[in-house]
Ligand binder design. Structure first.
Ligand SMILES: O=C(O)c1ccccc1N[C@@H]1O[C@H](COP(=O)(O)O)[C@@H](O)[C@H]1O
Length: 248
């Protein structure tokens, strides 16, 4: 928090999405739209060096059900010891959850499993509390599952169910904005925050420092953080600049 303001800083989570062992960015989550940004260990180290307190780490191959990047994910986490890791992609059963929890990640995001296996999701939400977040990845108000290739139900119905299960936190992604540099979906975020007292993390579309400022203004309504991907990799602004705005 800066010296004069009352609300906490917006937490920024630079994204490191991994496919085929490389740091990539997709457009609207579509396989085949990858822009390659090189070694994920170097990318993560770069964000850590610029002051990241959290990194949003995604195994895209696991999310698409076409393999995994477990070894390189372990290397990333070892490299940035001291930075909190939010890990997602392909965490859908006891074995993958246990592997994720023992990787050193501080928080695990469930996507598909929270939609397709509500009972299991409720159990692990109850068991692991703050260590579990649910990614609400939507087109309109329809959730997306399995690498965002299948529909996963109605946002509001699923949110009600997750609230009853005691879900600690939500990561809200407008899939249609993700990787497009078209600005975040503020209206969607406000609608979700109206329906939950749990912290919300915004994902998708951040393109400018003005977007960071607009998200920062939502902190009093319950926005805790924002995932920033393509804008950082494309050099629209530096993480240090964004962190400044996030704490204004
Ligand atoms: O982040 C992406 O670009 C992305 C694209 C396509 C699918 C998933 C993507 N991201 C993350 O994957 C998890 C969901 O994985 P799963 O359904 O649990 O296997 C979700 O949290 C997104 O952050």
């Amino acid at each position: 928090m800066s010296e004069f303001n009352q609300s906490p800083d917006l937490v920024l989570l630079p994204a490191v999405d991994i496919a085929g062992g490389k740091a990539v960015r997709l457009t609207q989550g579509e396989a085949g739209t990858e822009t390659n940004y090189g070694d994920p260990v170097e990318a993560a180290a770069d964000w850590a060096g610029q002051g990241a307190e959290w990194i949003h780490l995604v195994d895209l191959d696991a999310a698409f059900g076409r393999g995994h990047n477990a070894a390189i994910i372990r290397r990333v986490i070892r490299q940035v010891r001291g930075v909190n890791i939010e890990l997602s992609g392909g965490i859908r059963d006891d074995a993958s959850l246990e592997a994720a929890l023992s990787s050193g990640a501080k928080r695990i995001n469930l996507g598909t499993a929270a939609l397709e296996n509500p009972e299991w999701a409720a159990n692990v939400i109850g068991q692991y509390g703050e260590a579990i977040a649910v990614g609400l990845d939507v087109r309109g108000t329809t959730l997306a599952a399995r690498g965002w290739t299948q529909e996963g139900g109605d946002l509001w119905g699923v949110l009600d169910r997750l609230e009853q299960a005691g879900c600690a936190r939500y990561v809200v992604t407008d899939v249609t904005k993700d990787g497009t540099l078209r600005g975040p979906n503020i209206e969607l975020l406000e609608q979700v925050m109206d329906r939950t007292d749990r912290p919300v993390i915004a994902s998708g579309g951040v393109s400018s420092l003005d977007d960071i400022a607009a998200l920062r203004a939502l902190v009093p309504q319950g926005l805790e953080g924002a995932i920033v991907g393509k804008a950082l990799y494309a050099g629209a602004f530096t993480l240090a600049e964004a962190l400044d705005v996030a704490s204004d």
